[in-house]
Design a protein around this ligand. Structure first.
Ligand code: SAM
Length: 393
């Protein structure tokens, strides 16, 4: 049996009282951290027992699954209130856990679709909701939220596992499901980055990519002390609202472009685009794109062809050496001059990406595209299946 250091989890050896009449989760915080033991990471964990009073004894909360339960009723109520749920709404909740938020959502919405990866949580949630007589309006999907296709929903309200914040937000805002808003509890630093504006020290590719398609509103900070077990970081609630009108840009092209611009966010755009490797890549893409004129990369394209597998493949370097040997220095220099000429003429050469607005970045991208310079490999077949999530930063 292997010891997995990353999966050190909380041993919730104390009592968790579940008081139905108050719909609160009361917790005696006598948990201790234990060594990971694979046997216990099983659905049939013999140490997990539900007594008839709905008491959980030895209920393990896995750090690796971001299992930090929000226990403050006032904060849960505020999250629901600020989400402006209508009685006809279907709410999507990612990571319902033991249902602290779910029962409150069920009281406000017509239906809740909850996606939870941990079967023990799902079993507990079903029991809890049934005891409240709300089971008819709850649909639980016991799967990884990053691997499942979401059914139709009106809005998202969730205290999500922080490890999937970036790909989950990408999946929502760049996904196929239209929705009104997403009220999310996020790690405080991550929320700050999402809310950053050009010129702020936290301004980054995440903010740029989300702000292209959605507005983000800060709601409130939540102390780490409001969770059980207490995480190392504080949290913030934000509301993400998709913009009613989307810019006319190919999103794969946009994301590839912002990846290039923010590769080294403190470098000037001139320095980033003059790198030999970058020039060679763009020249290669310009050649393949011009050969494929039947599929010009224009217009909105909200199909994500990037993928979620825990890491992001930044650059496709396949065949680069071969391409380099078949490209003359003259051709490379001419192409580099073309790139630098665009940056210079438009005034972007000495600018740093962290200080440039989305409008300016969109303008620069359109200048590049008009000159036949592209950032995304539009002729590469989309062989990545249905996965439609992408890391944004
Ligand atoms: C931060 S806890 C929130 C629990 C509950 N919503 C609350 O506020 O008390 C995150 C929950 O997400 C679940 N989870 C972790 N990774 C997940 C994934 N990839 N897909 C779906 N659920 C996941 C965990 O098992 C856990 O129940």
């Amino acid at each position: 049996m292997l010891f997995k250091p990353k999966s050190v989890r909380t041993h919730f050896s104390g009592l968790i009282f579940f008081q139905n009449y108050q719909r609160n989760l009361w917790v005696k915080p006598s948990h201790r951290y234990g060594k990971y033991n694979e046997e216990d990471d099983d659905d049939k964990d013999p140490k997990l027992r539900n007594t008839k009073e709905n008491q959980l004894d030895h209920f393990y909360l896995y750090k690796s699954k971001g299992q930090h339960l929000l226990t403050n009723t006032r904060i849960l109520d505020a999250i629901v209130r600020r989400s402006n749920i209508k009685p006809t709404d279907t709410v999507l909740e990612i990571g319902p856990g033991t249902g602290n938020l779910t029962v409150k959502l069920l009281e406000a919405a017509e239906k809740v679709v909850a996606v939870e990866i941990d079967k023990r949580m799902v079993d507990f949630l079903h029991k809890r909701v049934a005891e409240n007589g709300l089971q008819e309006r709850l649909n639980v999907i016991c799967k990884d939220a990053m691997k499942v296709e979401f059914p139709q929903f009106d809005l998202v309200v969730a205290n999500i596992p922080y490890g999937i914040s970036s790909p989950l937000i990408a999946k929502l805002v760049y996904g196929r499901n239209p929705f009104r808003s997403a009220t999310l509890l996020l790690q405080k630093e991550f929320a700050r980055r999402l809310l950053a504006e050009p010129g702020d020290s936290e301004f980054n590719r995440l903010a740029v990519n989300v702000n292209l398609v959605a507005d983000v509103e800060f709601v409130m900070d939540v102390s780490k002390r409001e969770f059980l077990p207490c995480p190392k970081v504080d949290s913030s609630v934000v509301i993400i609202r998709p913009k009613p009108e989307l810019p006319d840009v190919n999103l794969n092209e946009w994301r590839a472009f912002t990846r290039t611009c923010f590769g080294k966010k403190n470098k000037t755009l001139g320095a980033t685009f003059k790198q030999k490797k970058k020039v060679m890549q763009l020249l290669k893409l310009a050649k393949t794109t011009s050969l494929n004129k039947e599929n010009p990369p224009t217009g909105n394209n909200y199909e994500c062809d990037e993928y979620y597998d825990g890491k992001y493949e930044d650059e496709d370097t396949d065949g680069e050496e071969c391409f380099a040997s078949s490209t003359s220095d003259l051709e490379m220099n001419l192409f580099k001059e073309k790139i630098v000429g665009i940056l210079r003429k438009s005034g972007f050469e000495d600018k740093r990406p962290s200080k440039v607005s989305n409008e300016d970045l969109l303008h620069l991208l359109s200048l590049f595209n008009q000159a036949g310079i592209y950032f995304h490999d539009h002729v590469k077949p989309n062989d990545l299946g249905n996965a439609n999530a992408a890391y944004l930063s």
